[in-house]
Design a protein around this ligand. Sequence first.
Ligand SMILES: [Fe+2]
Ligand SMILES: [Fe+2]
Length: 205
Amino acid sequence: MRQALRPYIGSFQWQGDPVEGVYELLSHHGRFDIVAHEQAVARTARRIAAAYGIGGEKIELAAALHDVSAIIPDSERLKVAAALDIPMLKEERQVPLLLHQKLSAVIAREWLNITDGEVLSAVACHTTLKAGASPLDLLLFIADKLSWDRPGEPPYRQAMERALTRSMEEAALCYLRHLLYDPELLAPHPWMMRAFRELSACCEQ
Ligand SMILES: [Fe+2]
Ligand SMILES: [Fe+2]
């Protein structure tokens, strides 16, 4: 495991079910809120997957891994990402919270030896999405937004659920529209903008 991750993971070795391992590590850091959120994301993802006939344990794994980087405080994310040689965009340097998707994927690879490209891709774009998103990328992105970790109901929930009856692409676009029309959003992430343009072109045909 890379040296930069040792202060957060230390000797916390895990050989068994990686999903349980993630929950143990988050609990060890007192992040029971993230465990509850990830379990909610897994439930939402299973519900959507059943409606679309998508199966597999990759859903459980991606949901459990996606916010594991919550073990790294926001104020240390930039430093850790640099030490791990994670390529960083200007928008991520300005808002280090945006780095947490890439950091989660690196922790999955370095700590749990997860090599499944589909799972790592979904984890690494769960906040911003990206162009050319796979079904698992879309599924995790949507489930994360519908299972937000703030009090109350997401303002976009009903519109997103309606869009989900048509397609995952429309549901993702519905959320991106909500976000990008928010005047308080200062620096939209380039991956998000590319996903938005691609989904707009495909859903409006
Ligand atoms: Fe996240
Ligand atoms: Fe999340």
